[in-house]
Design a protein around this ligand. Structure first.
Ligand SMILES: O=C(O)CCC(=O)C(=O)O
Ligand SMILES: [Fe+2]
Length: 288
């Protein structure tokens, strides 16, 4: 009755809800709570929903005297429909809060998209990803794209975008990593991953020495993709179709320091045409 066709429990009984609350109070990690629930036959999405509701109730623990949190964390973006990005007005098209995601329109002009692609084409090389246990950057199969990195403010176009993006993401420019352009050809993809570093892995620890943990991501789309190439969030069944000049915003580090595993995301394989993006990652401290 409360079980899906995959025989997983969709309904989380009250005693399990209580157990989730207790585990959070005891500072268990959300991913470990999830694993226990999966081991006990609960559905992944139903479990995440329950864990996230409990997390929103419990942010601020262990202080038992603090008042319950009534407003869920809505993220760092401005609440208004139009964001003042300094030299441009950026329109919010879609918002969600679990995880915190927004689709933004008019982040880059068509000319800026073209200029960025031209500038990056000269510099493209096979993208690197953080190499997990080995530390450092290595070429890996999970990401099949070409990338080019731009130091903060390294030229007029980069400086203009860095400043605009900092206003949108509401964090100082100094906390931003350099812009990263990526190009995917047909078959190119980026398998689901987290943008935040895994503090338990050597590679993640090394990445955090400078600037600390990542806070939020802005992916800006430099072209329309003919087929495929969506940015996907498999845990919440969300899929964004690339549109030139638009951007996808998401964040994963709460003010209390918890990371949101619902932000698991990836770039689906491009099936026709090319996909060009430029990404900004923000850190919790200045990144110099
Ligand atoms: O290609 C995409 O749509 C996702 C890119 C991404 O996740 C990243 O650059 O971290
Ligand atoms: Fe990512």
């Amino acid at each position: 009755m409360d079980v899906t066709s995959h025989n997983r429990h969709m309904r989380i009984p009250p005693e399990w809800l209580g157990w989730i609350d207790e585990s959070l109070r005891a500072r268990s990690r959300a991913v470990d709570i999830l694993q226990t629930m999966l081991d006990n036959g609960f559905d992944e999405r139903a479990s995440w929903a329950a864990i996230n509701e409990a997390r929103q109730r419990s942010e601020g623990y262990p202080s038992e005297t603090s008042p319950p949190v009534v407003t869920p964390w809505r993220g760092r973006l401005s609440d208004s429909h139009v964001i003042d990005a300094g030299d441009r007005q950026v329109r919010v098209l879609v918002r969600m809060t679990q995880p915190v995601v927004a689709v933004l329109d008019g982040v880059l002009s068509a000319d800026e998209c073209d200029a960025f692609r031209e500038m990056a084409a000269a510099r493209l090389k096979r993208s690197m990803v953080v190499g997990g246990q080995q530390g450092g950057s290595v070429v890996m199969d999970i990401r099949t794209s070409d990338g080019a990195y731009f130091q903060r403010s390294e030229n007029e176009l980069v400086a203009r975008i860095d400043s605009r993006v900092s206003r949108i993401m509401r964090l100082p420019e100094e906390q931003g990593e350099g812009l990263q352009v990526m190009r995917y050809g047909v078959g190119g993809e980026y398998r689901p991953h987290f943008d935040y570093f895994d503090p338990t892995e050597k590679g993640g620890e090394a990445c955090m020495l400078q600037g600390g943990q990542r806070v939020s991501t802005l992916i800006m789309y430099l072209n329309d993709v003919d087929e495929g190439g969506e940015t996907i969030f498999p845990r919440v069944d969300f899929s964004y179709v690339p549109r030139k000049g638009q951007a996808l915003y998401f964040e994963y580090l709460s003010p209390q320091g918890s990371l949101d595993p619902l932000t698991l995301h990836g770039g689906a394989a491009v099936r026709g045409g090319e996909k060009w993006i430029v990404t900004k990652w923000m850190r919790e401290r200045s990144f110099v």
